[in-house]
Design a protein around this ligand. Structure first.
Ligand code: NAP
Length: 465
């Protein structure tokens, strides 16, 4: 039985870019659609609030687009609800015609080396969550009395991590960086960050604007060994022939830094190419990072992979930030592709197992849980549109099972279970409270970083209405 698009009731789990772009696609193609967007936090926007670096306000301003989507008729935000704890996948299936999971990829990939979890070794995710005031990470502590840190990986998260660690705190004060983190960064004694890439400069996963920003931090030299720019044949051919603008521009920057050398700035960022961490060593806490020199060999797919040599050396460091990518987590009630860390799907339609052609009726994915942890915010727009196109086609062709319950019944079930859900109006209250606190401190926003404190502010505002 087909469901008229104007009557469709869709649950979206996750209120980051993937979730909001899915909502926008639904609103455009099916005016009248009822959308309920769930998030486990009382605040919306996912990585736009908790991941994008605070000194990138232009990227964060995409939240204004999301505000507009949230203001459309038929859209509801239900915050402070964790699917799998407060509400089950089965309940969602019962009360909505379709469910879209847009939950991202929240786990860090591991290095799987001895000493990986020694005191002083952190995932970049922890640091990023901490400086962004994410409630799950707000109380983390990093020993910024150390003078030397290593960042493992050379993607954009590694760039953000390095830049925030070395940017003078007075420059960060004009951002919405969490107040505690700002105070602690102000006391930092770090004067060297070593960025470790397992392959060469041509394979750097970061994009040029983010790389370039490292060279713009006051009082910081960027050190690149000219020998690292003697490229292996495959990398040289890629650079010469493939017209890959990002790589060309990255290499131009690395060459500039290699030629310039040190300017005797008080702090420095040092790139180490073709090295992999072998072990973290220290008595109780990390003191030394043992690394192996890699050689680059053909990977059989036109690029190169890192193969360890016998050359091993030690880098003294007091802090480690592992920034080697993310991984999705399994969702109770849904199949999971352990190897890729995603929910198996065919262009957004969830399938029973990786490679299967059998769809799980009425269940969809978009964003990082669909395709893996790659791409910028805008990538989610086309990604979500693809998922929504399939969902709408399924609604029209009768491949959706109409909900037996309703969103209103689910609200009742959540209330009966004592779940303290929050609404968009509550978020507006928090948003204003954070801006007011910021204004008092001469900052754009001062985030509330604990869920109980958020709920207290929400309840106080409700009582005053
Ligand atoms: P990423 O771009 O996938 O980079 C991961 C890095 O870790 C790569 O350099 C990778 O090297 C390395 N790596 C993986 N496994 C390793 C291992 N076992 N040992 C050593 N190195 C290893 O991931 P990300 O930095 O977490 O970023 C995730 C996504 O968010 C990316 O698409 C990124 O562009 C995006 N993002 C964008 C912005 C922005 O636009 N400003 C900011 C932050 C994040 P190999 O290449 O050799 O695998």
């Amino acid at each position: 039985m087909s469901i008229p698009l104007t009557e469709l009731r869709v649950a979206i789990i996750g209120s980051g870019p993937a979730g909001f772009y899915a909502a926008e696609s639904l609103q455009k193609a099916a005016p009248g659609v009822q959308i309920t967007m769930f998030d486990r936090l009382p605040t919306p926007f996912g990585l736009v609030r908790g991941g994008v670096a605070p000194d990138h306000p232009k990227i964060k301003s995409v939240s204004r687009v999301f505000d507009r989507i949230a203001s459309q008729p038929g859209f509801r935000f239900v915050g402070h609800v964790t699917v799998g704890e407060d509400l089950s996948h089965e309940q969602l299936r019962q009360h909505f015609d379709a469910v879209i999971y847009a939950v991202g990829a929240e786990l860090d990939r591991h290095l799987d080396i001895p000493g990986e979890f020694l005191e002083g070794s952190h995932s970049a995710t922890e640091l990023v969550g901490w400086y962004n005031g994410h409630p799950s990470y707000a109380d983390r502590r990093f020993d910024l009395a150390q003078q030397s840190a290593a960042v493992i990986g050379i993607g954009n998260v590694a760039m953000d991590t390095t830049r925030i660690l070395l940017t003078p705190a007075d420059q960060l004060a004009g951002t919405d960086l969490a107040a505690t983190a700002l105070a602690e960064l102000g006391t930092s004694r770090l004067n060297a960050v070593h960025i470790l890439a397992r392959r060469g400069p041509v394979q750097a996963a970061c994009t040029t604007p983010e790389l370039k920003e490292l060279g713009e931090i006051p009082g910081v030299d960027v050190i690149v060994d000219p020998a690292d720019l003697d490229l292996d044949p495959i990398s040289a051919r890629h650079l010469a022939e493939d017209h890959d603008r990002t790589t060309e521009n990255n290499i131009a920057l690395f060459r500039h830094w290699a030629e310039r050398g040190s300017t005797d700035a008080p702090r420095r960022i040092v790139f180490h190419f073709c090295v992999s961490p072998l072990e973290l060593i220290g008595e109780g806490r990390v003191a030394v990072l043992r690394v192996v020199r890699n050689q680059l060999v053909p990977d059989g797919r036109g690029s190169v992979r890192a193969e360890p040599t016998d050359a091993i050396r030690e880098v003294p460091v007091g802090l480690i930030f592992r920034s080697v990518g993310y991984r999705g987590t399994a969702i109770a009630g849904l199949p999971f592709d352990q190897q890729r860390g995603i929910v198996p799907n065919a262009s957004g339609r969830v399938v029973e197992s990786p490679g299967s052609a059998t769809f799980v009726r009425g269940v969809y994915v978009c964003g990082w849980i669909k395709r893996g942890p790659h791409g910028i915010i805008g990538t989610n727009k086309t990604d979500a549109a693809e998922t929504v196109d399939h969902l709408l086609a399924d609604a029209v062709s009768g491949r959706l099972a109409p909900a037996s319950g309703s969103p209103a019944l689910l609200d009742q079930e959540l209330a009966d279970a004592g779940v303290d859900v929050t609404t968009w109006a509550d978020w507006v209250v928090l948003d204003q409270a954070e801006r007011d606190r910021g204004a008092q401190a001469g900052r754009p926003r001062e985030k509330i970083v604990s869920v109980p404190e958020m709920l207290a502010a929400i309840h106080a505002a409700r009582a005053a209405r």
